[in-house]
Write a protein that binds this ligand. Structure first.
Ligand code: DSN
Length: 425
């Protein structure tokens, strides 16, 4: 078959874009070469509906072993009793938890998308807001911190079946114990979506949700630095308290209900090449090297936040505990959209983001979100954050000047030469 040079040329152009730019999208990272190689390998050819040892197809003896390795390593990383590594993405993991726990019309309580939450936590444009009766809590206007009092009073009034914690644009740690206390009071289950800070939690640098949250979902490609995908975990398996039944009318342990919700509930054949890559990434996470990486992520985020504050940027909540920060640009007289567009011209990639109590639409926004997981993988340390913040500041102050932006782009490309990316490719 003739090689498709058109597509491979584009893949090479993408590699060069990643090499030359400063990647600050908080949900992105760079996998190891071995993780990528597994994703491009022969396991993509295999159908394996079902679970290890219980498949609907023949010839699964080998993929059974990679999937079991991924499960065992993930359980070891977070010291949990149950793990499902089949969700194709974080959104799929979240859909499976909802399917296992909720009936259409049930009440849920999650962080508002416009306050840093996620689409799958009840947004009206998502299945989670269309199928379920979704309600929200927010952050305190003055501090930018989760409004636990609002969460508690909403929970007491609405009596949700499921309380959702976790965020896409929140830079502080969570008080899972406090959320569980009100959940127990009102008879709700608690689900933590740790897609963003999972890598920091894995290495003990942030609070662990497992003691207090019945379900935990995550993506595997953000701070966990694995392939694009999702996982579901439970610290302890338990009999489902609402007496939910499977399709044969049997009350089952939650682990069985989650397994059934992933397959056959919302997915068909698992992506065995991605599951093999997850197993490799989870092996990497178990090393001491990964602890050093996560410590550097936290140090870099704090150094970046400090440099922004020194330049009078308004970081929501005043700083960061994790790998990201959300900046309100209103005192800089530039919208999130305009900032994103100007930065990308200088080969700095970040995403516009609504800030709490934003007066602009989700397409324009008053904010921008920065994360340091990817640049830390490239090898940047605290002292490099000053260059990065100086470059961003110069672009935002001169967003209409093609000359200034071109000058910063040249500096960025020269700066990134020292941080090698996939030298083998
Ligand atoms: N889109 C991801 C993020 O950027 O945070 C969440 O799904």
């Amino acid at each position: 078959m003739q090689r498709d040079t058109l597509v491979f040329d584009l893949i090479n152009q993408e590699l060069e874009r990643q090499r030359h730019g400063i990647e600050l999208i908080a949900s992105e990272n760079f996998t190891s070469l071995q993780v990528m190689q597994a994703m491009g390998g022969v396991m993509t050819n295999k159908y394996a509906e079902g679970y290890p040892g219980r498949r609907y197809y023949a010839g699964c003896e080998i993929v059974d072993q990679t999937e079991q390795l991924a499960i065992d390593r993930l359980k070891q990383i977070f010291n949990v009793e149950y793990a499902n590594v089949q969700p194709h993405s974080g959104a799929q993991a979240n859909a499976a938890i909802a399917l296992a726990v909720l009936q259409p019309g049930d009440v849920t309580l999650g962080l508002d998308l416009s306050m840093g939450g996620h689409l799958t936590h009840g947004s009206p444009v998502n299945y989670s807001g269309k199928l379920y009766n979704a309600h929200f809590y927010g952050v305190v206007k003055e501090t930018g911190l989760i409004d636990y009092e609002m969460l508690e009073s909403q929970a007491r009034t609405l009596k949700p079946k499921l309380i959702i914690c976790g965020a896409s644009a929140y830079s502080r740690d969570w008080d899972y114990k406090r959320i569980r206390a009100v959940a127990d009071e009102v008879g709700a289950l608690v689900w933590a979506d740790i897609a963003h800070p999972a890598g920091l939690i894995a290495k003990g640098l942030l609070n662990s949700p497992f003691e207090y949250c019945h379900f935990v979902s995550s993506t595997t490609h953000k701070t966990l630095r694995g392939p694009r995908g999702g996982v579901i975990m439970m610290g302890k398996d338990f009999e489902n308290p609402f007496g939910l039944k499977d399709n044969k009318g049997n009350v089952r342990m939650m682990s069985s209900l989650i397994d059934l919700a992933v397959f056959p509930g919302i997915q068909g054949g698992p992506l065995q090449h991605v599951i093999a890559a997850k197993a490799i990434a989870f092996g990497e996470i178990l090393t001491d090297e990964f602890l050093i990486y996560q410590q550097q992520v936290q140090k870099n985020a704090q150094a970046m936040a400090k440099a922004f504050v020194e330049k009078e940027y308004n970081i929501i909540s005043g700083g960061t505990d994790n790998h990201l920060m959300l900046i309100d640009l209103r005192n800089k007289n530039i919208s999130g959209k305009k900032a994103e567009q100007a930065l990308v011209k200088a080969d700095i990639t970040a995403n516009k983001n609504m800030v709490p109590f934003d007066d602009k639409s989700a397409f324009i926004t008053s904010g921008i979100r920065f994360g340091v997981a990817a640049v830390t993988t490239r090898g940047m340390v605290e002292s490099d954050m000053q260059f990065v913040v100086n470059a961003i500041d110069r672009v935002l102050l001169n967003a209409e000047s093609e000359y200034e932006i071109a000058t910063v782009k040249k500096q960025v490309n020269e700066f990134m030469e020292q941080f090698k990316l996939y030298p083998e490719l």
